[in-house]
Design a protein. Sequence first.
Lengths: 364, 401
Amino acid sequence: MSILYDEGQQAIATESRRVLDARMSKDRLLGLLERVGEHDKPFWDTAVEQGWTALAIPEEFGGLGLGLTELGLVAQAAGAATSGAPFLTADYGLSSALLGSGKKDLQSIWLPRLASGEAVAAVALAEGNAILPPQSAVAFADGKLIGTKPAVPGGLTADVALVWAQADGSPVLALADLASVQRRAVSSYDNSRLHADLTFTGTDAAVLAQGEGARILALETLARMAVVTAHEQVGGAEALVNIARDYAVTRKAFGQPIAAFQSIKHRIAEMYGLVEIARANCIHAAASEGLPGFLIAAADARISATEAYDTNARDCIQIHGGIGVTWELGLHLHMRRARSLAVEQGSLLFWEDLLVSQLIGEAA
Amino acid sequence: MNDIEAFRSKARAFLEGMAPKYARDARAGNTVEQDLALGREYMAARHDAGFGGINWPTAIGGQGLTNMHKIAFDGEEMQFGMPVQFFGISLGMPVPIMIHYCQDKAFVKERVIKALRGEEIWCQMFSEPSGGSDLAALRTRVEPDGNGWRMNGQKIWTSWAQYCDYGVIVTRSDPTVEKHKGLTYFWIDMKAPGVEVRPIKLAGGDSHVNEVFFDDVRLEDEQRLGEVGGGFGVALHTLMIERYIATDSAGFGPHLDEFVKLAQEVEINGRPAIEDGRIRSAIARNHAMRAGLDSITKRAFLMMQAGMQPGPEGSLQKLVAVRSRQKLSELAMDIKGNAGLEFDPHAFVKTDWGTSWLNAPTGRIAGGSDEVLLNTIAEKILGLPQDHRPDKGVPFNRIPA
């Protein structure tokens, strides 16, 4: 696939940004930070209405049959708006894993429901800093899961989850209907992510892959999700460049706009550089989906996007001075989101190691 | 395969044929003079083979192809380490400016062909002791002298001037107007009476840059390029010509693969350095950064092929790449420890970490310092205001020294 966006893709980028600009409310998002267990319903309704849930699902399952590039562009708009729900990425992760598993029956049960927005997914791989723990605390036996996955994004309300577990020490990638799972809401620094500990107490689950196959499918799924998240991070990081610029040209100190001071203008120029490098990596990664080298491209995108969003959140606030740390201005929405996204899909610690392993041909 | 890719493979075949005699390994141990002689030979062979002046009109000795063809060729050639460093500026800026501005077309054609074949070299004289980043602060003075001009003053950091036959130069023709408005641009004969070139030895030990002194140098008015007082515009034009040159995400230092190889060969605390988290982190961060720059380049290339204007993000290349090369070179030296102290001043910057490190500061200053590049990004791309400039609107001779 080309790394130049075609007209359709450009239209998706423009339209998704336009819709979110019109419908998102900073005050609404600020309110969500202090309430546990609530996501931004207007955002998610918009996602369903606009067909974003159907975007990357094949047409035979009621989707639009588009791919990572298009979903990435929507994620970028969602990132710019610090959108208040984690499901776009998780839905994509679960549907990718389902498609990769070849389990037709499960595909026809879940994919149409995800496409229509009737159901939403969570992806429960990580335990602490291990994104794919070698020995998961969740055990799979006789078609049932037992154990707890901590702080799963979207876990509080998701209908179905992709679960990384183990059976007698060997990895299992399983699909679990969450109707009967025990959920404990986690009060986090970014509450609209709906983090929840999911405790499986003999929950029915279907196996998507086992052993080495599970590891490969989980890694591929994770990389795809990481590329979506990287786009979201780029969207956030780019928004912060614009916010910093707009403030620096209007705010005056010592008789001139603060943007005329090199300590400020160079900082903003560096922020721009981080965004463009991460964006270029995202475009390349999305276009490399399904090709050799995809894991490396995904890692490049993830690493540069994480660095861009974290740095820009930090620096944009710094450029604002005192007003930047107020609740009301809301730059902390980005600061919080930069960190929650940096941890979801595995932190830099994981991706740096993975990238080097891929470069030197180690088993990841 | 499209036209560009076909051209690229043709170029590669040519370069592979030339490599045994002219590429990096063949040049090892050469003195500068030997390397220059080898370079001149290579340039002639390159022109004979149809790879000289790729994007220049055939009427003046070029190949009549596009910028894309040239970038494709340069990208391939860069990997071989051919002895072309002497000719890069010559063909990159002064000669194209001559093609554009010089009225004596027969003279130009002769110069172009000789420059393409490495027989003549041109330098570009902009920087002065009183103005590098601040180009328009230059003081080299021209005064009317009969039907021509007389020049006095000094330039500095002039690459390869000691081997040059001709050069282009920006001078001050009117100190009573604002600094940008009193400049005039000329070409000059570097062998003319009153021109004196003194090489400057740089920190890395080599002397590819020079001071150039002018003592009552006579210029004919035919040597003027552009209008009297229009020199700043011609200078900007000169700097814009090579806007989309072949880039190098390794910052013109060693490829990241070299670093990975080193980390696999050397141990830290009894374990391969490649297993050390600090080393892995550095590799990963550099890889992500360089991959981003490569992707920006590739996208710009595709956009140009499609007849579109590439985005402004290409201006990040040198800033980001050279800066990171500097730090990565330091880390490579740390990995080697005292086994890396041995230093060969003639080693190649693209294969040797010590040489890469020692020459990196030059890369961060020449061709636009990091600070100037950041200003450019901030002002031209992001629309941020210019710095406070106390000399704005003030006649040059009234600016406090």
